[in-house]
Design a protein around this ligand. Structure first.
Ligand code: 5GP
Length: 176
């Protein structure tokens, strides 16, 4: 399936994304109450969301970046999570916030949740995703915070790609 720019319809506009991201930041501010947070951005998809979200946080924030992949070049998950690059500092005793683009089957979220808990004794662990595709979930896991729910369609933009393209769009779109 090829996705052309002219075929894309806006699902969530730049304005809707900005408004919702500010709301999530407020929810996070309320939870952390000024305590330091280590925000872990899951590359590459979460890069736009993470960089916007952290700008609106009012506590001390350290940013870390890890790289995982489960999609190949197509539009459906491979069902296997590849840890392409996970190098993290000592997170014992830290407030850890994972920032993800979308939870689909939930395999990535489960992998990361288990990975952090197996390797560190964290103070708190929260999982925040811009999008939540609840309908395609294969494992029992829910993000603690999410921006918007999406139904079973392949979305691109604002960090999410199709074959490496469209991450740079200001909106979340889908093929009409
Ligand atoms: P999961 O492990 O939950 O099945 O999938 C998580 C990853 O699959 C996401 O981080 C994202 O990279 C990719 N993914 C899932 N659904 C979509 C989608 O609709 N569009 C794009 N571009 N990527 C998706």
């Amino acid at each position: 399936m090829e996705i052309k720019l002219e075929d894309l319809k806006v699902l969530y506009s730049e304005e809707q994304l900005n408004t919702r991201i500010k709301e999530i930041a407020q929810e996070l501010d309320n939870f952390y109450k000024g305590e330091e947070v280590t925000a872990i951005c899951v590359l590459k998809g979460a890069v736009m969301f993470a960089t916007e979200l952290v700008k609106d946080l009012n506590m001390p924030v350290k940013m870390e970046f890890i790289r995982l992949s489960s999609y190949g070049s197509g539009t459906s998950t491979s069902g296997k999570v590849n840890a392409v690059d996970i190098k993290l500092p000592d997170l014992n005793g830290k407030n850890v916030l994972i920032i993800e683009d979308i939870v689909d089957t939930g395999l990535t979220a489960k992998f990361l949740t288990d990975f952090i808990h197996m390797n560190f004794n964290v103070k708190s662990f929260k999982f925040c995703s811009l999008l939540d595709k609840k309908i395609t979930r294969k494992v029992d896991i829910e993000p603690d915070y999410y921006g918007f729910e999406v139904d079973n369609r392949f979305v691109v933009g604002f960090g999410l790609d199709y074959d490496g393209y469209y991450r740079n769009l200001r909106y979340i779109g889908y093929k009409s």
